[in-house]
Design a binder for this molecule. Sequence first.
Ligand SMILES: Cc1cc2nc3c(=O)[nH]c(=O)nc-3n(C[C@H](O)[C@H](O)[C@H](O)COP(=O)(O)O)c2cc1C
Ligand SMILES: C=C(O[C@@H]1CC(C(=O)O)=C[C@@H](OP(=O)(O)O)[C@H]1O)C(=O)O
Length: 358
Amino acid sequence: MGNSFGKIFKISTFGESHGLGLGVVIEGCPAGLEIDEAFIVQEMQRRKPGQSKITTQRKEEDEFKILSGVFEGKSTGTPIGMVIMNTDQKSKDYGHIADKFRPSHADFTYFEKYGIRDYRGGGRSSARETAARVAAGAIAKMMLKHYGISIQAYVSQVGSLALEQSYQELDLSKTEDSIVRCPDPQKAEEMISLIDEVRKSRDTIGGIVSCVATGVPAGLGEPVFDRLHAELGKAMLSINAVKGFEYGSGFEGVKMRGSEHNDAFYQEGDRVRTRTNHSGGIQGGISNGEDIYFKVAFKPVATIMIDQESVNEGGDSVTVSGKGRHDPCVVPRAVPIVEAMAALVLADYLLISRTNKL
Ligand SMILES: Cc1cc2nc3c(=O)[nH]c(=O)nc-3n(C[C@H](O)[C@H](O)[C@H](O)COP(=O)(O)O)c2cc1C
Ligand SMILES: C=C(O[C@@H]1CC(C(=O)O)=C[C@@H](OP(=O)(O)O)[C@H]1O)C(=O)O
């Protein structure tokens, strides 16, 4: 049920934030793929907590072990198992809210579903689980790289501080230069100051991660239900704290006429191309070979260090205030998560596309 994702390139994750650790099983990765462990380390470092002053201060190195499915540096075609141990849980930070529900976190709904509360933290609802997705996403990215596909995400908005440039106008190679992962150096500084100011006031703030996938061949997707953008939307909306997904021209597109919005075709060598790309690289649920681009909106983190109205498990009114180590804004760490989820979807559809036609 809700613990797995994908059709051919499939992942299942297990574990929670205050248990012994977490992990992932990847099925469907073709044999013979070179597995670059240094690349997986790099991806884990981009997501790990405690990486800068504008993230949670929980210190996890997120070292992983590959248990199976890789031999002499190559995938064997059998399930790839990976584990990441938890090393820095502080469950006592949750003692004062063991029977209270944090507003807008998962405490209430999780309790309603299971009738059991793992009060050592957010349990399975903690974004700690995304470490397993990033590990799997790194393998998916390696497979995509083999086929010339790359994915790059960056922070394009924090609160109301937004980049005005499109991804083509930005130097995305600068994204990793700043702790906020915004490729515009000046805006990055402003975003960092804003997050720091919000953090000092014991509050949190939201933001947007933009993402572009290049080199995706035409023909990936489905004309109904499992349309490529629907799968990308599901993947993004499955990330903790996501409140919005928009691809191509998105909500802005409604202001245009068809004559402006249509992407005119032209022939370039042996490829059909489009002059504009309001379609965001997907038409009729199937990739058309142009860049796939989309945005993901993240809400302000639920756990704030300010008193808030709530109730406990017995239905009494209580006041709740967070303690411990929380992200003041998730977007800097969400960048590799968005890329990982996009990579998992594209890797899956790339393998599915081999069954499209003779
Ligand atoms: C990278 C990342 C880090 C997060 N860190 C925190 C955190 O430190 N504290 C918190 O309350 N929520 C954090 N969240 C959000 C919660 O996990 C999320 O709000 C919770 O699972 C409830 O789900 P919902 O907000 O999607 O409804 C984080 C989310 C992401 C993507
Ligand atoms: C540990 C991570 O992030 C955590 C995500 C999270 C949440 O509620 O989502 C709450 C905090 O964790 P804790 O359960 O220790 O209070 C964050 O530190 C991680 O991303 O690896």
